[in-house]
Design a protein around this ligand. Sequence first.
Ligand SMILES: CC(=O)N[C@H]1[C@@H](OP(=O)(O)OP(=O)(O)OC[C@H]2O[C@@H](n3ccc(=O)[nH]c3=O)[C@H](O)[C@@H]2O)O[C@H](CO)[C@@H](O)[C@@H]1O
Length: 370
Amino acid sequence: MRVIISGGGTGGHIYPAIAIANKIKKENPKASILFIGTEKGMEKDIVPKEGYEIKTIKVSYLKRKISIHNIKSAGMLLQGLWQSRKIIKDFKPDIVIGTGGFVSGPVLYVASKMGIKTIIHEQNVFPGIANKILGNYVDRIAISFEEAERYFKHKNKLVVTGNPIRETFLTISKEEGKRRYKSKTNNPLVLVVGGSGGSISINRAISDLLIKQPNIKFEILLVTGKKHYHQVMETISKKQEIVQHHTIQEYINDMPYALKACDLIICSAGAITITEINAVGKPAILIPKAYTAENHQEYNARALEARGAALVIKERDLNSGTLLTNMQQIFATKEKLEAMKKASLDASKKHATDKIYHQVIELINKEIVH
Ligand SMILES: CC(=O)N[C@H]1[C@@H](OP(=O)(O)OP(=O)(O)OC[C@H]2O[C@@H](n3ccc(=O)[nH]c3=O)[C@H](O)[C@@H]2O)O[C@H](CO)[C@@H](O)[C@@H]1O
């Protein structure tokens, strides 16, 4: 079985691709899997760390107005189409899978035009631009929410699968998580992370809180995002007590362990992060990124709030005070905490990876090999 997977830019497109690849590899140990991404996307780092080969192509996005940028982008797009064709011709895949992000556009388009089986996966209620266009060409469209159906013209291609996440989230225990993420204190461990790229507003609010109260009754594991790490450390390093009692990292490669180890997560409201939180049944404080397309992160966050699994703070209301009040509210009583954990677990949609895998097998018409 030969498979090309393309998706990238940010973690929200890359980790679902990894989850699908892991499943294919588990069921078909001899499968050959190749990723296609770009030099600039996070996939260039993440994919090899997860044990897969990646080739890169040139891609750029188009702006709405006529501009020099668009002329350059059109040139790059042609190059990207040509590079995709060459990689696909050489690799001879049975199927090409797309998980969104600009890079998946040329790869899936070329594959479909070459008559190769194709499937895309959309993580959000509001589809990204690459998937919206690709929906016209690919054989199958896997969506995570029924509400996404109306954005695709070809209803016969649609299948609702949910969001695939790495299996480790489901297989490791809290103790295993705690062994990797050892506590420095006896306080509840709070993982703070602004999605795969980090969030300036979350970093600012938590740094401010730690500067004001370094001995706060919570232990913070702050993941700043690679771009923002130095800025945060510059602000925080003036207070030694902060690094004694709390941990600050730029990025976490073993998120299943960190998420299992923590007692609460404070994060932005990306679709994959939310799926992971629910899979492990953690309470959350969600801070939707305000500028996302169609405000989809707030939509994600409000759905969990309505189920009692999360509290939501809008970015414009976020500061050290609102953050601390919400944290204290969750830990006010054991009953409250337990109810949130249960609601989070109840919101979990399972078996997405299996469902996508079955679609893949059906498309290439092979027996499932156990
Ligand atoms: C600003 C924006 O438009 N963000 C979108 C992007 O978010 P983003 O790329 O941040 O994606 P998500 O929050 O959904 O997922 C982040 C992924 O990165 C992993 N991770 C994160 C930090 C870290 O240090 N280590 C690590 O492994 C998480 O475990 C998760 O698997 O894609 C999501 C899925 O399409 C969308 O819902 C988000 O709205």
